[in-house]
Design a protein around this ligand. Structure first.
Ligand code: SF4
Length: 332
């Protein structure tokens, strides 16, 4: 099957700006996502990476239909979301579920967890016995004792609450899961359990998964493809194996160098970024990365580099990619 034939979700030229309301920047326009295009194939795990503030969470919400883009469109099975009937949009919203970063605030503290997990079943009109049966099965599936269904969220640990969030998402019989930093607020010892659970659920329920994370080692472990975002745009898009073996953008190079295990090479210390991401309210001219790029040349300050495919399925946005990274081939 070609990639085109297996497409389940596609984003074309997405743009999203927010008008700020805080007293110091009142009325200023923040561009969170700028001309972003991507696609997701059935059964694929797509990673979206970048520092905090690069626009990846906003992008996730647009892909899930929770935010409207100002420009561009999301297509679900080839149909733009804007063209779907109310009924079909409801189906899209049910079959595209989000798992949020903070399991503490994403669950209603006044609801029992059995009711939280069964919410999608209530909406679809399931009977009470069916709901009870499904909740018990889902709780077991995600490693929770079904006897705890009458308890409230504050009686559970962070890892258990993330399991509740995953069970609730699965109750909707999703095709796509969008997990936004699902382990970043959890104890390091729990993170691997939740990542393994997500992978197991993806396999068992035949899901497509979008993993949003600033943690490249998590994405390396889980993803088929990875997109690197910087100040609202995609700077690199590649199969995971190619990205980690032979990245084609200095920003990706810096992120990879900062991964403790891979980056434990004295040569890589020069690459690691130590300064902060510039403000999205004051996006640099030309290549957005140029103020932090150790390779920047004159052209980089003036002309934005286009996202260009350098090998099959591997694209980067860097004027000097062929000089800095002369080696490239498709690994997979
Ligand atoms: Fe660095 Fe220039 Fe490439 Fe931007 S275009 S990443 S500044 S070398």
């Amino acid at each position: 099957m070609t990639r085109q034939a297996g497409l389940i979700l596609k984003a074309v030229n997405l743009r999203k700006q927010f008008k700020l309301t805080s007293p110091i920047a009142k009325g200023a326009l923040l561009t969170a996502v700028d001309e972003v295009s991507l696609d997701l194939v059935k059964g694929e795990t797509l990673g979206i990476a970048g520092e905090s503030g690069c626009g990846k969470s906003t992008l996730g919400k647009i892909l899930a239909g929770l935010l409207q883009p100002d420009h561009g469109e999301v297509q679900y099975h080839g149909s733009p979301l804007g063209s779907l009937s109310q009924k079909d949009f409801r189906i899209f919203r049910r079959t595209t579920q989000m798992i949020f970063q903070d399991p503490f605030s994403s669950l209603n503290p006044r609801m029992r967890i059995g009711d939280i997990i069964s919410e999608p079943l209530t909406i679809s009109g399931s009977s009470l016995p069916d709901k009870r049966r499904t909740v018990a099965t889902l709780m077991e599936t995600v490693g929770l004792n079904p006897e705890l269904a009458q308890r409230f969220p504050d009686e559970f640990s962070g890892g258990q609450r993330q399991r509740i969030g995953i069970a609730r998402a699965l109750a909707a019989s999703p095709q796509i899961l969008i997990a936004d930093e699902p382990v970043s607020s959890l104890d390091i010892s729990i993170q691997a359990q939740i990542i393994n659970l997500l992978q197991e659920m993806k396999r068992n329920f035949d899901l497509s998964l979008i993993m949003i994370s600033h943690n490249l080692s998590v994405l390396r472990h889980m993803c088929d493809r990875v997109i690197i975002m910087y100040l609202g745009i995609i700077v690199e898009d590649a199969p995971a194996i190619d990205l980690f073996r032979q990245c084609q953008h200095p920003y990706t190079e810096a992120l990879i160098a900062a991964i403790p295990k891979i980056g434990a090479n004295p040569r890589n210390h020069a690459v690691i970024l130590t300064d902060d991401l510039p403000s999205p309210l004051d996006i640099p001219s030309g290549c957005r990365f140029h103020p932090r790029c150790r390779y920047a040349a004159e052209i980089c300050k003036q002309t934005p580099p286009p996202l260009t495919e350098r090998a099959h399925g591997h694209a980067s946005a860097c004027h000097l990619a062929t000089t800095i990274f002369p080696q490239i081939q498709t690994c997979a």
